[in-house]
Design a protein around this ligand. Structure first.
Ligand SMILES: NC(=O)c1ccc[n+]([C@@H]2O[C@H](COP(=O)([O-])OP(=O)(O)OC[C@H]3O[C@@H](n4cnc5c(N)ncnc54)[C@H](O)[C@@H]3O)[C@@H](O)[C@H]2O)c1
Length: 359
């Protein structure tokens, strides 16, 4: 069993990574001192594949378990669907000591976490992430949310889980496109924090799409980097912003291409290549752009910016959360494994984007 600790004082918790850990979710949840009833929140896709194993494990450990199923899709990460989960909890007379267990990708984790943060002012929450993205990113760090018609993740809370249980075996049933999208965040951790990890990914690129030891190591390292960053800056008042490397361009690409054209991770992949290009232009890392692009290429991931005009790009980035007085905030690379925050004027961006942004 590989364990990564998220250090947050009395709210610290372990991320446990192990093949077959789904069967241990019950006893490991009980070992946290939780008992009574459990609500398993999942969707029909993941529930059909893994719901039974987790329910059996919870029941065998003494939890009377109710399964709450939310339809599959980002559009259901809404207040309306969260309302239905609250209804089920109230109807089932779930109490303050009853854990909510999220079994699914980031959509389920974010929404179940939001419900756990607010139901009875907070009930114990356990994450069982089943996509690569949720295993390396969304299940760790305590950001929970639902979307609003006006924007993603506008309603939410910082609320840490009591434990995260990661079973790499579940990646076998995950669509390869989803797997690649998750790899974008894995690569990001190397760029922002760890040159050696980036080298490991370069060396093992051909093995990362298989559920072997390399991807398990990549999951562990990614969780460790995220845990370290979150442990120092839980509420994104400073350091945590480095996790947004590639995301300012990425969010604009997602918005301008129409949500659904690119998976979030694909937009982030392109955004990282663009951020690395901008870094080089502004005196930062010269080798980062070519190395990131080569790795993305090896993994069959997109890296070239789509044909979007500079003005549209800048307009979309202005709407993002990272703007102050006409300058847009970017995380840029100074060398592989090290990043810095820089506010970039729109004139500089216009020039970079008009010149093709490294296309
Ligand atoms: N909280 C955070 O810090 C944070 C960070 C990044 C992203 N997010 C959020 O995460 C969400 C995206 O998460 P995602 O990429 O995991 O998408 P997702 O939850 O929509 O899952 C993608 C698809 O894979 C299916 N699936 C999940 N596990 C599977 C498995 N093992 N086998 C087969 N199919 C499986 C799902 O049913 C779904 O259809 C977004 O809402 C985003 O805002 C949150």
């Amino acid at each position: 069993m590989r364990t990564v600790r998220v250090e947050l004082g009395e709210r610290s918790y372990d991320i446990s990574i192990e093949r077959g850990i789904l069967k241990e979710v019950g006893p490991m949840t009980a070992a946290l001192g939780l008992k009574g009833r459990a609500a398993l929140v999942t969707n029909p896709t993941v529930g059909a594949l893994y719901g039974d194993v987790v329910v059996k494990s919870l029941e065998a450990a003494g939890f009377k378990t109710v399964v709450i199923t939310v339809p599959d899709g980002e559009e259901y990460k809404s207040l309306e669907e969260a309302g239905k989960v609250f209804d089920a909890l109230i109807e089932g007379r779930f109490e303050r000591s009853s854990p909510i267990v999220a079994l699914g990708g980031g959509v389920i984790g974010d929404m179940a976490g939001f419900v756990a943060a607010t139901y009875l002012r907070g009930v114990p929450f356990v994450q069982v992430p089943t996509t690569l993205l949720s295993q390396v990113d969304s299940s760790v760090g305590g950001k929970t949310a639902v979307n609003h018609p006006k924007g993603k993740n506008l309603i939410g809370a910082f609320y840490q889980p009591r434990a995260v249980f990661i079973d790499p075996e579940v990646l076998k049933t995950l669509d390869e496109r989803e797997l690649r999208a998750g790899l974008a965040e894995v690569i990001k951790y190397g760029v922002i924090r760890d040159n050696e990890f980036f080298e490991f990914l370069e060396k093992n690129a051909d093995k990362l799409l298989e559920p072997g030891e390399e991807i398990i190591k990549a999951i562990e390292k990614s969780c460790a980097i995220k845990a370290e960053v979150v442990g120092r800056d839980e509420r994104e008042e400073g350091l945590r912003a480095i996790l947004n490397f590639g995301h300012t361009f990425g969010h604009a690409i997602e918005a301008l291409s129409g949500y659904g054209t690119f998976r979030h991770g694909e937009a982030v992949a392109i955004g990282m290549a663009m951020a690395a290009g901008l870094s080089a232009k502004l005196g930062g890392c010269l080798e980062c752009g070519p190395r990131i692009t080569a790795l993305l290429k090896k993994l069959g991931m997109p890296f070239a910016p789509p044909a979007i005009g500079a003005e549209a790009f800048i307009g979309a980035m202005r709407l993002d959360k990272k703007v102050s007085s006409g300058r847009i905030r970017f995380i840029l690379a100074s060398e592989m494994g090290k990043v810095f925050l820089k506010e970039v004027g729109e004139d500089v961006l216009r020039e970079y984007l008009s010149a093709g942004a490294g296309r």
